[in-house]
Design a protein around this ligand. Structure first.
Ligand code: AMP
Ligand code: DBH
Length: 532
């Protein structure tokens, strides 16, 4: 994972403490067992109960053969069961692979196959989709279902007796990989991100401090709980570290979330920019202004927040805005709670750690002058040195000396704050949901009427960006329509957010000069036709 000379420094400086996720929960349950850790509707789980549930589930999972080092794909909505499952796996040293509720058979099948998962934990029916239908895609992984299992293994049946807990083998060490997080990616197949207990918990502890979390903090989980932002910036793990309370929202729409903030006296929550705008507009339009007096901080991240919306958040919601620019690969930047408005409204923050190293470089990896836009490269105590089982991709995704190429174009201000100016990677950022152009193109190419395809971002007033598929039809094929193409993608089991929003038919792709155009140049040329 990390070269030994770096690991030594990160330990010496107190970043890596040797604490595992299991240690964290044990310590918190001992310190404030009776306090409520998780609120999921009527279900209110104390720290002691969470610890007990996780251990009994660990024993049950061990009983069906889940072992230290095994991978288990986890796809759960924002429910208390999520915490039981991940802390059970952490106790065993089995690695959760964090799928999103939006993922379908294409993604789940790939995650299970690529990680050789022994089990796939999901729910019964969520937002109208029957997740049990993913069983075939997940095979040979055992399907474990929270809720009505329909003949598969019922999660509820796996909570073993306390006696079995006592017989559990020793758990993992803190320098081992704890889980695999997803990358938004820019390649044909999604990449998986191995995070260790040591490195991740450092980012969690430091984030909790930056965000001033304490035992009185009440964090609303509006985004999917397994998203890296929600998990760790400071997210649900930051709250557990601080001894605070997590309130789970089943979905992030204003009608669900605003009453929950009022009823549970939520103090902090995290959203992507389109949600911030949606909440703002709902509050401004409400005849009866919802009581948001408890809300101290709204974190916004995942995609660039435009200045005009940033300026409306404080006055409109009566809370402090915090911009968060992070990535599941590691580096997370925050504006600080006591920063002046000029910084909070116009920058995407500065790194967590004094040992986060940033390089802003040009196309030849040469540093650009301070204040100029360049590619952001980073290395540090909680940034990965390579994707999981992706040796070839890692040769280009990282520099020879271990810096991660973020693919983001940024400007570093003299005061150390970053401004995100754009992106060099082949990705669409659809309101915080990342889409790899090549992955979608590969699916488009399976349609019999598609000769060639390129997927690019087009500007969108609400989401920031949407995706547009440029398609060159196969000669003689029946005319292509967007609904037909979208149906084809759905039938292939692709997550809905990756399915192109728009379709543009072209007789041929533009050719610049002689010879073959690179896919990158092609996407850039097509995107340019969409501006303005
Ligand atoms: P991922 O690597 O899939 O975790 O996605 C992280 C990427 O999301 C970053 O590299 C950025 O491209 C984008 N991102 C996250 N937060 C922000 C932000 N506050 N402003 C602009 N882009 C962001
Ligand atoms: O977009 C992200 O991946 C992201 C945004 C904010 C992230 O991973 C994070 C904070 O930790």
């Amino acid at each position: 994972m990390f070269p030994e000379e770096f690991a030594r420094v990160y330990r010496d400086r107190g970043y890596w403490t040797g604490q595992t996720f299991d240690d964290l929960l044990r310590e918190r349950a001992a310190a404030h067992g009776d306090r409520i850790a998780v609120v999921d509707g009527a279900d209110r789980v104390s720290y002691a109960q969470l610890r007990d549930r996780a251990l009994r589930l660990a024993a049950g999972l061990h009983g069906i053969g889940v072992r230290r080092g095994d991978r288990v794909v986890v796809q759960l909505p924002n429910t208390a069961a999520y915490f039981d499952v991940v802390f059970a796996l952490f106790r065993l040293g089995a690695l959760p692979v964090f799928a999103l509720p939006a993922h379908r058979s294409a993604e789940i099948g790939y995650f299970c196959a690529h990680t050789e998962a022994v089990a796939f934990v999901t729910t019964d029916v969520h937002e109208g989709f029957d997740h049990r239908t993913l069983a075939t895609a997940a095979e040979p992984a055992t399907l474990i279902v929270a809720g009505d299992a329909g003949g598969h293994v019922r999660l509820d049946s796996l909570y073993a007796d306390p006696a079995d807990v006592a017989r559990l083998p020793a758990g993992p060490a803190a320098d081992e990989v704890a889980f695999l997080q997803l990358s938004g990616g820019s390649t044909g197949l999604p990449k998986l991100i191995p995070r260790t207990h040591d490195d991740y918990l450092y980012s969690v502890r430091a984030s909790a401090e930056i965000c001033a979390l304490g035992p009185d903090s009440i964090y609303l989980t509006a985004l999917p709980v397994s998203h890296n932002f929600t998990m760790s910036s400071p997210g649900v793990l930051g709250v557990l570290h601080a001894g605070g309370r997590i309130v789970l929202a089943p979905r992030p729409d204003p009608a669900t979330v605003l009453p929950l903030i009022a009823a549970e006296r939520v103090t902090i929550t995290a959203v992507v920019p389109p949600l911030a705008l949606l909440w703002l507009e709902a509050v401004e339009a409400a005849a009866d202004r919802p009581d948001l007096s408890s809300l101290a901080v709204l974190q916004v991240g995942g995609a660039k927040l435009v200045d005009t919306v940033a300026a409306r958040i404080g006055p409109g919601l009566g809370c402090r805005l915090q911009q968060v620019f992070g990535m599941a690969e590691g580096l997370v930047n925050y504006t600080r709670l006591d920063d002046p408005d000029e910084i909070v409204l116009h920058t995407q923050g500065r790194p967590i750690s004094p040992d986060d190293e940033l390089r802003i470089v040009d196309e030849r990896d040469e540093p650009v002058p301070v204040g100029e836009v360049g590619h952001l490269l980073t290395r540090g105590p909680y940034t990965i040195r390579g994707y999981w089982r992706a040796a070839e991709h890692n040769r280009t995704a990282f520099t020879a000396d271990g810096f991660y190429r973020t693919g983001d174009l940024v400007r570093l201000r003299p005061d150390g704050y970053l401004v995100v100016e754009g992106r060099a990677k082949d990705q669409i950022n659809r309101g915080g949901e990342k889409i790899a152009a090549e992955e979608v193109e590969n699916h488009l190419l399976t349609h019999p009427a598609v000769h060639d395809a390129a997927v690019v971002a087009v500007p969108d007033a609400y989401l920031g960006e949407r995706s547009c598929a440029f398609v060159v039809p196969r000669p003689g094929a029946a005319p292509l329509t967007l609904p037909a193409l979208r149906r084809h993608m759905r039938e292939r089991g692709l997550a809905a957010y990756k399915i192109p929003d728009r379709l543009q038919i072209l007789a041929a792709f533009p050719v610049t000069g002689v010879g073959k155009v690179s896919r990158r140049e092609l996407r850039a040329a097509l995107a340019a036709t969409q501006k303005g």
